[in-house]
Design a binder for this molecule. Sequence first.
Ligand SMILES: Cc1ncc(COP(=O)(O)O)c(C=O)c1O
Length: 385
Amino acid sequence: MIYAEYNGSSPLLPSVKDFLKKRMETHLFGNPNAIHSIGQKLSSGMEKSRTVVAEKLGCHPDQVIFNSGASEGISNILFSILEQRKENQNIIITSPIEHAVIPNALNYYQTKKGFQVEMVQIDEYGRVIPESLEKLLSLFGDKVALVTIMAVNNETGVFQPFELLAEICKSRQVEFFSDTTQLIGKAPFNFLDSNLDYAVCSGHKLGALTGSGFMLVKDPTQLLPLVFGSTQEKGHRGGTQHYLGIETLAIALKEFAEHLPNLPRLEESKFKFENDIKNTFPQARVFGDQVKRLPGTTLIGIPGIHGQAIQIELESNDIFVATSAACSDNQPETSKVLKAMGVTDDVGRGVIRISLGCHQGEAEYALLAKNLKAAYNKLSKIHSY
Ligand SMILES: Cc1ncc(COP(=O)(O)O)c(C=O)c1O
């Protein structure tokens, strides 16, 4: 079996599984906010995890706010920024390649709260063009309430110039948010060095428990809570904390740090795989292959056979891939990310996304190549579009 869907969700890491197995044998379950000794032990586990997260990601423990994951973090940060905007600020600038959570949230702010949403431009490699942001900022001036542009795209794995975009916004005193969901735990990231005021993370993207995550907030005193509760997370996020999930976040980030030296090998094996496929199928196209991408992500289009057909054929051999993003996989059209890159339907429909974990490499890519070639050759004899 090859699970090549790490951008959709990563399986639990071995160190996380070991921790959970051991933990299930203890009686250490309770409310981490209680003052009895069980509560205190759970709270101490959470605080140690907060320190590890802060150490691994280059921030202060007070800047780490645990929550249920990226969708919640993004909703909270957009809410906090937009609720506190100045009266004349009604413009939100974003990109056409954001994960669904951003356009869906912005659709709410547009239709219910009267904001106007403006789009930056994307180049053929799937990168935001910084000059198009500068143009929009010059056009709308101090009416801009927020710029929200992701750090790494979930479909192509392409890095956006988010540090530069943050700098552009800072120089004009405009609020900037960058969705870091696909960055944290997949490539090195340091909050302090990044120039960002916020970051978000979902545990299941890095091999920790689903339903756990955090926000990093440069100045938590400026953050309005989205989830009200008691004194949890110093009032920044109410609700009894997912203490098991929180501990797995710290464990997963520690394991990721150990796998860092493997990333160049993973990327090298990926390039070999991509070249092999392109040599076998000259009509194949790897999206974003000219620019910096996540080491284990390939979005590849082989025109002629629908991506979903290839996905199903691969699955019959126990190989799991996606056709675009896991959450929009059931839509048989060219994804909006590819459309924004100027990709037409003849190429866009034949796309699959292969995303591996940071500890994998040559062996997985060799099997993927063998099976992908076999699947394409088999299907092209039966049906093509
Ligand atoms: C870029 C990006 N942002 C946000 C999310 C939302 O993450 P979650 O569903 O874990 O809240 C995802 C998940 O695929 C993502 O890839």
